[in-house]
Write a protein that binds this ligand. Structure first.
Ligand SMILES: *[C@@H]1O[C@H](CO)[C@@H](O)[C@H](O)[C@H]1NC(C)=O
Ligand SMILES: *[C@@H]1O[C@H](CO)[C@@H](O)[C@H](O)[C@H]1NC(C)=O
Ligand SMILES: *[C@@H]1O[C@H](CO)[C@@H](O)[C@H](O)[C@H]1NC(C)=O
Ligand SMILES: *[C@@H]1O[C@H](CO)[C@@H](O)[C@H](O)[C@H]1NC(C)=O
Ligand SMILES: *[C@@H]1O[C@H](CO)[C@@H](O)[C@H](O)[C@H]1NC(C)=O
Ligand SMILES: *[C@@H]1O[C@H](CO)[C@@H](O)[C@H](O)[C@H]1NC(C)=O
Ligand SMILES: *[C@@H]1O[C@H](CO)[C@@H](O)[C@H](O)[C@H]1NC(C)=O
Ligand SMILES: *[C@@H]1O[C@H](CO)[C@@H](O)[C@H](O)[C@H]1NC(C)=O
Ligand SMILES: *[C@@H]1O[C@H](CO)[C@@H](O)[C@H](O)[C@H]1NC(C)=O
Ligand SMILES: *[C@@H]1O[C@H](CO)[C@@H](O)[C@H](O)[C@H]1NC(C)=O
Length: 469
């Protein structure tokens, strides 16, 4: 049986290789395509070298590096990551059989040739990671069958491109350019787009309505623009949304209870905005949530207890808001938690002992709150903890805290600044543990005997992590 399967497999592989060979090996290519490729090549400076073909004496262009043909026509050009310098020649628009064009990860500059949108078969365009500039507006009817567009990390400017005729557009990544103006959801949502990555541009105006019409949208990222206003209600109707990232805008208003509609949501980042009001306690509906970042807003009220119902959570970041009340989350329900950052709020009460169940916890920041009590004995279980910041609270019993925390094998930095104001003493029996510790800050702890070295390390510098971790 096994032998039969292997033989079958062998034959199948030969068959597939054969097909592949007849497409792309030594066939002579269409003379128009050959001419176009040579003209395209003359606009380039091939610093990378090590390519096959691409010279005037080699007419078998279908076997050139990066070229694939079908029936003698060039259908695919992939010269990504080949240290290309120079401009994209107009000649590329003559390759009218082209289905895939990948020139990403080079140093191409200049404007896109006019007429690129006339490539009537082009489905995939990847020009990411170059220094291309100028406008990139798909003209009316341009790129009629495009499906994937990635022009991220260039210097394009002007209004963002739209592809209203492209009924199969699924991915549009224009991040890290200087596109500006308003976002035209009407044009974008005509297509069945799944991924819209618009981060790192200069969009202005109110957060647009109309994304609700993007029925297939799973990933919407518009970080780092200047969008204002509240999140419109139709946004909350995108039932397939997995990732919503709107970090660093000027969005305001309160978050809707309809957040609970995002049953597929895995990643939400609304940090560095001006959202206010309470965090709606609707996380029970977000069973897949892994990443929650609402840091640096004006949110008030208590921590949403329903976060206990998100078993996949890895990151909770609520730093620098005005949250108050006790930390009433069942951490034993969050076994995957890596990062808990609720620093710089007004939380009160004790550190919840249930935190001991988060054995994958690496970063804990509860600094600058109104917490009190002692560090729970159970912290000994947090074997992955590497950064702990508890400064600026009312914790007591330093000697007990150090006795417990010295057992954490991966602890790199520990900041306990401004606590233990009862005039406590360093433990006399010493701290022999702390195997990995590089930074220990106990400044302003009103110790009556002595304090350990302050290495000029400020908590605010160390807890500023943005994006995924
Ligand atoms: C392609 O290669 C095969 C074997 O290497 C050779 O027999 C054939 O003549 C070549 N065809 C062309 C068009 O160069
Ligand atoms: C191309 O062919 C011509 C004539 O055979 C020859 O002089 C020239 O050196 C060749 N160029 C390259 C790049 O091989
Ligand atoms: C283009 O090429 C790069 C580098 O080889 C690759 O990572 C990327 O996935 C390709 N783009 C598309 C859309 O397939
Ligand atoms: C580009 O090529 C280099 C070396 O050839 C390789 O290490 C790197 O992973 C490639 N990058 C991409 C995005 O394919
Ligand atoms: C969209 O994709 C379908 C299925 O692959 C295809 O039949 C259709 O022609 C495509 N339409 C456009 C405008 O690309
Ligand atoms: C676009 O290209 C960049 C750089 O090559 C890559 O990191 C990014 O993942 C791509 N976007 C999409 C949506 O695939
Ligand atoms: C948005 O795009 C549609 C379709 O391309 C167009 O009719 C409309 O004028 C655009 N709206 C704005 C504000 O540019
Ligand atoms: C979103 O949630 C609200 C209230 O929970 C509900 O009225 C609305 O119909 C929901 N919308 C969708 C599209 O599920
Ligand atoms: C904390 O939030 C306030 C108000 O939202 C903001 O002005 C301040 O810059 C933030 N601090 C940090 C360290 O991000
Ligand atoms: C600190 O905690 C230890 C037990 O961990 C206890 O023996 C000691 O009395 C406490 N000290 C103070 C000042 O509360």
């Amino acid at each position: 049986m096994g032998g039969y399967y292997c033989l079958f497999h062998f034959v199948l592989v030969c068959f597939l290789l054969g097909i592949h060979g007849s497409h792309s090996m030594n066939q002579t290519c269409n003379p128009t395509d050959l001419e176009a490729l040579l003209a395209f090549s003359s606009g380039l400076d091939w610093k990378g070298g090590r390519v096959v073909g691409w010279g005037p004496n080699d007419t078998a262009c279908c076997s050139w590096t990066g070229v694939s043909c079908e029936f003698g026509r060039v259908i695919r050009l992939d010269l990504s990551n080949r240290s290309l310098h120079g401009v994209i020649s107009f000649a590329i628009t003559l390759l009218d059989g082209l289905v895939t064009l990948n020139l990403s990860h080079n140093s191409l500059h200049g404007q896109l040739p006019e007429g690129l949108g006339h490539l009537g078969r082009l489905q995939m365009l990847d020009l990411s990671m170059n220094v291309l500039s100028g406008m990139f507006q798909a003209s009316e009817g341009g790129f009629p069958v495009i499906e994937v567009v990635n022009v991220s990390c260039n210097q394009f400017r002007g209004p963002h491109p739209v592809f209203p005729k492209a009924m199969n557009l699924t991915v549009l990544d224009i991040s890290s350019n200087t596109f500006s103006g308003v976002i035209n959801t009407t044009a974008l949502c005509i297509t069945p787009v799944r991924v819209l990555q618009f981060s790192g541009n200069e969009f202005t105006g109110e957060f647009p309505t109309g994304f609700g019409q993007c029925r297939m949208l799973a990933d919407l990222s518009i970080d780092g623009s200047s969008l204002t206003g509240n999140l419109p209600s139709d946004l909350y109707t995108i039932s397939r949304l997995k990732k919503l990232s709107l970090q660093e805008n000027q969005l305001s208003g309160s978050l809707s209870e309809n957040l609970g509609n995002f049953s597929q949501l895995m990643h939400i980042d609304l940090s560095y905005n001006m959202f206010s009001g309470v965090i709606p306690d609707v996380f029970g509906a977000l069973k897949r949530l892994e990443f929650l970042n609402l840091a640096t807003n004006l949110l008030s009220g208590t921590l949403p207890a329903s976060l206990s119902s998100c078993p996949m959570l890895r990151v909770i970041n609520l730093r620098n808001n005005s949250l108050s009340g006790e930390i009433a989350i069942d951490f034993n329900m969050l076994p995957r938690l890596n990062v808990l950052d609720a620093g710089t709020n007004s939380l009160s009460g004790h550190i919840p002992p249930g935190l001991m169940w988060c054995t994958e916890l690496r970063t804990l920041n509860l600094a600058r709150n109104k917490l009190d009590g002692e560090i729970p004995e159970s912290f000994k279980n947090l074997r992955s903890l590497s950064r702990v910041s508890l400064g600026g609270n009312g914790f007591s019993n330093l000697s007990s805290a150090l006795r417990i925390l010295q057992h954490l094998p991966k602890l790199i930095s520990l900041v306990l600044t401004k606590n233990f104001l009862g005039g406590e003493t360093m433990p006399m029996d010493g701290i022999s543990g702390f195997k990995s510790l590089q930074v220990l800050v106990l400044a302003n702890c009103a110790l009556s005997r002595f304090s350990l070295g302050f290495r000029g390390w400020r908590a605010s510098e160390c807890w500023t992590f943005r994006g995924t971790s």
